[in-house]
Ligand binder design. Sequence first.
Ligand SMILES: NC(=O)c1ccc[n+]([C@@H]2O[C@H](COP(=O)([O-])OP(=O)(O)OC[C@H]3O[C@@H](n4cnc5c(N)ncnc54)[C@H](O)[C@@H]3O)[C@@H](O)[C@H]2O)c1
Length: 244
Amino acid sequence: MALITGAAGVIGVATARLMAERGAKIAAVDRPGADLGPLREAVPRDLVLIEADVTDEASTSGYVARTQAAFGGRIDIFFNNAGIEGPVRPIPDYSLADFRRVMAVNVEGVFLGLKYVLPVMIAQRAGSVINSSSAAGVSGSPGTSGYNASKHAVLGLTRVAALEVGDKGVRVNCINPGPIRSRMMTSLDDARGSGEAQGALRIPARRYGQPEEVAAMVAFLASDEAGFINGAYHLIDGGRHATA
Ligand SMILES: NC(=O)c1ccc[n+]([C@@H]2O[C@H](COP(=O)([O-])OP(=O)(O)OC[C@H]3O[C@@H](n4cnc5c(N)ncnc54)[C@H](O)[C@@H]3O)[C@@H](O)[C@H]2O)c1
């Protein structure tokens, strides 16, 4: 079974669909008020929907407990994926409140997910965690200090967690997508006054990625085929960062 946070988002839905097609039961976490329609359509059966704020510790222990209750105590796969982009502004104009909001969801949310899911996986001596970092987690981009800092922190958390649990049958990796056709990318492009046509010029593939291309990497990292892959980051960016 797979537990997915930010499951109502574009990448969450694509991943839930792929994992369900491959036979996984899905526990889907998103914030109260999120539009769950696309998720319900993508996963017509064996879906447990959980409203929870990933920045809240009690909500996090609660979504883990509800997942265990629904699926016989096990959590085989954890896609620790909820995230927000925050505003696009140079650092002098980026408010501390916005910075803290981005760090709360993207870093504290990921940390809390690890804190409560890892003990379940350690106890069962098996499990795969995939954290959503970003290409912004291994590079800079002007205007998104909070987002880039938060996604670098996700890579740090991934590496520490992998070292802590690698001898206990549990793997922790992160994914680092470049621009993906999505609500989030449209929001960032709009704030920058650009669009895919301009953004794609910087990508060797000359296009943005599809959410399904991210889902495919998550499903691979979750599978036994990735059994020797731990503590690593995985760019899905059409070659954009091959120059790094
Ligand atoms: N879209 C891209 O181009 C892209 C690129 C790199 C990385 N990412 C990362 O992938 C992840 C998914 O992105 P997406 O494109 O699907 O974005 P999205 O906005 O469509 O989905 C994110 C989901 O997280 C949920 N969420 C936000 N705050 C939450 C909270 N406090 N508690 C619970 N749920 C919360 C939202 O409701 C939303 O459903 C994010 O972490 C994002 O930073 C996205």
